[in-house]
Design a binder for this molecule. Structure first.
Ligand code: PXL
Length: 272
């Protein structure tokens, strides 16, 4: 069994980041180790307030113990992180990679045209340093625009604008780009999957509901499916199917996340 390390916050309540990645990656049949660089009482997307315990100073201690014991990983998946976490993360990846280890980077910092609360305007340029070494970079359209200094548009992207954005993301250093939130038709929503030589698209019927945490569900399933040997297009398509299923089964008053738990049986079946 392959072992993946996910590095992103623990939001104790709110169904995002580590609390989504751990169960979904496990359900993919991949051993999932975790490293939370911060612990929040709850996520920052819609709750009135939150506590934030920064664990930057602990990251080096963890790395030292892993080096001492020869603990290494076959894959790394980073999500929501802060500026102070970036150098320690790059150091852990350098120290603790098995040969051929894959790096998945979800630059979780923005959506719907805006940076998440708490991130300074210059944060995208810091996040770009993590993106530079990504084997698979998984931004939404807003994150892609901020990372590349492009116009931030909520909708109305043409195919050629999407393809220019993807070329700029590759220019940051990412090998494969999976751009989410792509739509050329109001009834459809999907992703563009690029290996730097060709771009393929995967679309589903658009669901009208806006939900928190869906980017984390998508990235977790994508990473798990790639580690299990799926192609990037297969992994993106499975990840989108699981996101859609999770949205469909989430009660209308469940505002802070999606009930991805109910989609786990379908995920296990797809990868068994
Ligand atoms: O889902 C992304 C995410 C992760 N972690 C925290 C967040 C968010 C989105 O708002 O606030 C703490």
């Amino acid at each position: 069994m392959k072992r993946l390390l996910t590095i992103q916050d623990i939001s104790c309540v709110g169904q995002c980041s580590t609390t989504v990645a751990l169960p979904l990656i496990s359900a993919c049949g991949v051993e999932c180790a975790i490293l939370p660089p911060a612990i929040l009482s709850n996520h920052t997307g819609g709750f009135k307030s939150w506590s934030f315990a920064d664990l930057t100073d602990e990251l080096g201690n963890v790395e030292k113990k892993w080096i001492e014991q020869g603990i290494k990983f076959d894959a790394f998946y980073t999500g929501y992180v802060c500026e102070s976490h970036i150098d320690p993360i790059l150091s852990i990846v350098r120290s603790c990679s098995n040969e051929g280890a894959l790096r998945f980077v979800d630059p979780a910092m923005a959506d719907n045209g805006k940076l998440y609360t708490g991130f300074a305007d210059d944060f995208p340029s810091k996040m770009a340093r993590l993106c530079a070494g990504a084997d698979y970079l998984l931004p939404n359209l807003t994150e892609a625009a901020f990372l590349t200094g492009s116009e931030v548009k909520l909708s109305g992207y043409t195919r050629s604008e999407i393809e220019t954005l993807i070329a700029k993301l590759h220019a940051l250093g990412a090998k494969n780009v999976i751009l989410t939130g792509v739509s050329f038709d109001p009834g459809e929503l999907g992703s563009a999957v690029s290996d730097g030589t060709k771009i393929e698209y995967d679309f589903n019927s658009r669901l009208e509901r806006m939900s928190h945490g869906t980017g984390d569900v998508f990235a977790s399933v994508f990473a798990g499916a790639i580690v299990r040997g799926k192609t990037a297009l297969e992994a993106a398509s499975l990840a989108a199917d699981i996101v859609c299923e999770a949205i469909r089964v989430t009660d209308d008053d469940h505002w802070y996340g999606v009930s991805f738990e109910k989609a786990i049986p379908a995920l296990v079946k797809a990868l068994c």
